[in-house]
Ligand binder design. Structure first.
Ligand code: VG1
Ligand code: CO
Length: 564
């Protein structure tokens, strides 16, 4: 069969405002991306940022979480990739690839990178958000030097090269060849789940998990109409034998059924309600692109993401992958609670505290110094790929339950008995006006400013019968141990003498206004207090944090949008 021929068209363009990637890719309201020029400018800039020698004839991955506008974006990207010398695009069937599956495929195919079409946990649909994220050849999110280079290109772009007549069927599996002005361009449509499933089979003991899930233990996996649905159905039901009703909301929808595909206690309230009935031993939910997870035990027992990764680390021996590779080191994002630190200390493991965003873990993993890491924002993962991985976290927990024959709550109680408990909470104030949010951060920054911090250190804050004395305060700064790159202004930290912490930062994933995140972490080694409600334990610190930041006065917000 001779390949169909297409010509390249050079379209003149000019820069679009607002193309600076945030914590994880470029996210904007769908209507912004619906302007062809906006999307095409950014895609052209991603490809132009790949150096010429690497780009020519290379393989790239393409896929996303199925949200509204993804199908159109897939065709735009195909047209631009074909015209820019890309050799091959490997695309998930119907464009579907979860973020972890994308990371897995980039690595398996030794691709130059991948383009992920998602705004992750942001709502979708015609009134929701869309997003484009670029992952590099290690399978992980592009680090700042790459996203900075892309951003610079968006500011000077003048031409988009594309093949406007090229339209490709991505619904059927298989390979298609095209002739682009004498060059060969290949599209391979792959099963969205297959390679990821194989990887999971290499990591976990599927036999043991099958035994657990085909017995009397009931689980419920809620994909929130995001991309995990097909993965969960195939792995949890088909491969591991859980009954069909174990997977709910597993058809990916363009608008996530009108919901916020964010697995937390507020947006996954239906899972919490179901778990409170006491029928299921484990409940899980994921975000739109499948990299986040929330895990609940029987009767709705909530596992904070900070504890969730600490428990996996402490029980790594229950997972065949870590029996083989050993655990090289542990890491968490700065606002994540100190629970993982205690496991690292007890096990004598190297430990890293990085800024918010998964991209900061990649270098450490590539250097073989990091095996397990997590973020308080429901992100959990390991060096099996270079993204956080929602379904992997669930299989990890099931592996621990199978090996230890304990319930979720018993596993936690056992963990706290050994290490003590870090109580943690996060308050999100979504869609606050930018100006007061910036003002609040500026005020806090001046408090911890190197020149002035001395007067703040030693100050005491009393609330009820508790008094906290400031031991350290700064705007978090991180020097990457591998490439020495420095990331500044990563969040205001106020650390008290007993180790309790108050942290403030602004979200970098929103598409409008500002989202303030306030994080509180406090350690407790008194056994009689382990079962207390975190909100009760942390109330004094919350009040102190609100007092120091003047958050309510400045923003006019009395209550947060989401409490975790
Ligand atoms: C949030 C989380 C961060 C996470 C990021 C991407 O960022 O806090 O921990 O890595 O989302 O997650 P921010 O800047 O809004 O706080 V995902 O699943 O939305 O790609
Ligand atoms: Co996500």
């Amino acid at each position: 069969m001779s390949a169909k021929s297409y010509t390249v068209k050079c379209e003149s363009t000019s820069p679009c405002e607002g193309q600076k990637p945030g914590t994880s890719g470029l996210r904007k309201h769908v209507t912004v991306f619906q302007s062809w020029r906006y999307t095409a400018n950014f895609v052209q800039s991603i490809l132009s940022a790949i150096d010429g020698a690497t780009r020519e004839g290379c393989t790239l991955l393409l896929g996303g979480d199925g949200r509204f506008y993804m199908k159109t974006a897939v065709q735009i990207i195909i047209q631009i990739a074909a015209a820019n010398g890309i050799g091959k695009l490997v695309i998930g069937q119907n464009g579907i690839l979860s973020t972890p599956a994308m990371s897995c495929l980039i690595r398996k195919r030794q691709a130059a990178g991948g383009i992920i079409l998602t705004a992750s946990h942001n709502p979708g649909g015609p009134d929701g958000d869309f997003g484009i994220k670029f992952n590099i050849s290690n399978g992980g999110p592009a680090p700042a030097n790459v996203t900075d280079a892309i951003y610079e290109l968006t500011k000077t772009i003048s031409t988009i090269k594309h093949c406007p007549d090229l339209n490709v069927d991505v619904t059927s599996l298989g390979t298609q060849q095209f002739d682009i002005e004498g060059r060969q361009f290949t599209i391979e449509v792959v099963d969205s789940v297959e390679d990821y499933l194989t990887l999971m089979q290499e990591i976990f003991d599927f036999e043991a998990l099958r035994k657990l899930l085909s017995g009397s233990l009931k689980v419920v996996v809620n994909s929130m109409h995001g991309v995990v649905g097909p993965y969960a159905k195939r792995i949890v039901c088909q491969e591991l034998g859980a009954p069909a009703e174990s997977c709910v909301n597993c058809d990916p929808k363009e608008d996530f059924g009108g919901h916020h595909p964010d697995p937390n206690l507020t947006y996954a309230a239906d899972l919490v309600t179901l778990m409170k009935k006491g029928i299921h031993s484990l409940g899980a939910a994921f975000d739109g692109d499948g990299d986040r997870n929330m895990i609940l035990g029987k009767n709705g027992f909530f596992v904070t993401p900070s504890d969730l990764i600490a428990v996996i680390a402490a029980n790594a021996k229950c997972i065949p992958y870590f029996k083989k590779t050993g655990v090289k080191g542990l890491a968490r994002s700065m606002p994540t609670s100190g629970a993982l630190d205690r496991v690292a200390k007890a096990d004598g493991l190297e430990f890293f505290e990085v800024p918010t965003g998964w991209k900061f873990f990649g270098n450490l993993m590539d250097a073989d110094r990091l095996s397990l890491c997590g973020e308080e924002s429901f992100g959990t993962g390991s060096d099996h790929i270079r993204e956080k991985d929602g379904l992997w976290a669930v299989l990890a927990w099931l592996s621990i339950m199978a090996a230890r024959q304990l319930s979720v709550e018993e596993i936690l109680m056992d963990h706290w008995t050994k290490y003590g408990r870090n109580f943690f909470t996060r308050y999100d104030y979504e869609n606050v006006d930018s100006e007061p949010a910036q003002q609040m951060m500026a005020n806090l920054r001046s408090l911890v400013d190197a020149d002035k911090v001395a007067t703040f250190i030693g100050r005491e804050f009393a609330e009820g019968d508790k008094t906290y004395k400031v031991a350290k305060a700064d705007d978090f700064e991180y020097t990457d141990p591998i490439d020495s790159s420095v990331s500044k202004k990563q969040g205001i930290r106020i650390i008290f003498e007993d180790g309790s912490r108050i942290i403030f930062r602004l979200s970098g994933t929103g598409s409008s206004g500002a989202t303030i995140r306030m994080y509180i972490d406090s350690y407790e080694s008194d056994k009689s207090k382990y079962s207390l409600d975190a909100q009760v334990v942390l109330r004094p610190l919350v009040k102190i944090a609100l007092g120091i930041s003047q958050l309510q006065e400045l923003t006019g917000r009395q209550e947060p949008t989401v409490i975790t």
